[in-house]
Design a binder for this molecule. Structure first.
Ligand code: GDP
Length: 304
């Protein structure tokens, strides 16, 4: 898992270490150390401008420094790299279960709208979130506001049944915003704590889709807007993050299929290009395969 980025970072650490061993490093040294590694990082799905940002962060931290007394070069370089990498991630990821419980305690349901292109694992992810909430004793309802994909309705209904949470569906072509609205009313009338709303995600992200999604947002006034992207789609995932963030505005990202991702760059890039935190990662096909991502811990693992 994530071997591509790991390999590139190990090589980068090696070349900075070589320079630091003999002298104070200059900006030039850092840039030189990055040469070659830059391509490895891009190859591992790190977006080009994110590689640039990493270079800048490294220069800021490393240029003009020497190894502090009593410190091993290796340790020092690792620290430089770790803090540069960590700075690429946005902090402040909402703990969905906590946020839902706290809003529910005030007597209103916590509304989450999920965006994402078809096939990224959005339906499965919504089911995982419902499962997570349920396992913490937080009630929810799943709403299928993708009214053009019969398959999505059916799939979500089956997930809802399997997990044991109510499901609000709609007939083909119904207004997605009204499905979202109905689900919120349903949650209010039954005192449910969370409303999880699926939306349409055509392959080709276009203006009509964005208009439709903006309407769902206007009507449902979500507490959290979540984009789901697939780690295996590389640069497409990064582009989707950019487009959805510009088009509807997102609060956080869930990256799926991390268990099958040999590269790792999508995880490093999506947060950096949007400035929004990664809320969870999908690590398998079972309902329980949803984990928090803690940037510091994640980066430490990449560098270990
Ligand atoms: P949607 O079209 O975006 O709703 O995608 P689905 O939820 O139907 O998921 C597409 C496929 O990806 C399914 O076979 C899921 O089991 C699989 N999938 C979703 N999330 C993960 C994950 O985190 N890891 C793995 N390995 N597979 C996943």
């Amino acid at each position: 898992m994530l071997e591509g980025v790991k390999r590139a970072l190990t090589r980068l650490a090696g070349s900075i270490k070589e320079k630091l061993e003999t002298k104070e490093v200059s900006e030039e040294d850092v840039r030189e150390a990055l040469e070659g590694v830059e391509y490895e990082l891009i190859d591992a799905n790190v977006a080009y401008d994110v590689v640039e940002r990493l270079a800048e962060e490294l220069v800021k931290r490393a240029a003009g420094t020497r190894i502090p007394r009593g410190r091993s070069v290796e340790e020092y370089v690792k620290e430089l790299l770790a803090s540069s990498m960590t700075s690429l991630f946005s902090a402040g990821a909402t703990d969905l279960a906590e946020a839902a419980a706290s809003k529910c305690a005030k007597g209103a349901p916590y509304v989450v709208v999920f965006f994402g292109v078809n096939g990224v694992g959005k339906t499965t992810t919504i089911a995982k979130v419902a499962y997570l909430l349920k396992s913490r004793g937080i009630s929810s309802v799943i709403a299928a506001a993708d009214t053009f994909r019969a398959g999505a309705q059916e799939q979500l209904r089956r997930h809802a049944e399997a997990i044991g949470v109510p499901f609000i569906g709609a007939s083909y072509g119904a207004d997605p915003a009204s499905v979202a609205y109905d689900a919120i009313q349903f949650a209010r009338s039954r005192g449910l704590c969370a409303v999880l709303i699926d939306t349409a995600g055509r392959m080709h992200v276009d203006k009509d889709l964005m208009d439709e999604l903006r309407k769902v947002v206007r009507v449902s006034k979500p507490d959290l807007k979540v984009l789901v992207v697939d780690a295996l789609t590389g640069n497409d995932a990064v582009e989707q993050a950019r487009q959805f963030n510009e088009g509807v505005g997102i609060d956080g990202i869930i990256v799926t299929k991390v268990d099958a991702d040999e590269k790792g760059g999508v995880l490093v890039s999506v947060s950096a290009v949007t400035g929004k935190p990664i809320l969870y990662i999908g690590t398998g096909q079972r309902y329980e395969d949803l984990e928090r991502l803690r940037p510091e811990e994640f980066v430490r693992n990449l560098l270990s």
